[in-house]
Design a protein. Sequence first.
Length: 131
Amino acid sequence: MHPVKLFAGGWVVGIALVASLTSQKPEIKKNEGYYADRYAEEIGGLREFVLPDQSRVDILTESTAYEVDYADKWTEGVGQALFYGLSTDREPGLVLIMRGPKAEENYLEALAVVSALRQHFNFRLETIEVE
């Protein structure tokens, strides 16, 4: 095996590269479950309540069955919340995780639909702000 010869500045560059890589903290991506756990804890709800068809209500309280979803998936979330509410004889609720550049736009779209649904259901719409 032959030793690798580095020019004098190579050591400095190598040390600087290693130092910068070790000083950077990796970004931890949090999934929906992470936010659902925190929100359930905050409101005293039960996580992952299993329905007879084996679907799972993200958070169940005495009054509300919540679906937790990212704001860009609000259309799926509205449908799931309605199903969970009807299946548990509780009010439907949707918790939107506000992440990404279109989160506010997605929220406003969801709010318009939920406002119309409120003529027939006491539908709760909540948000979780992500840093």
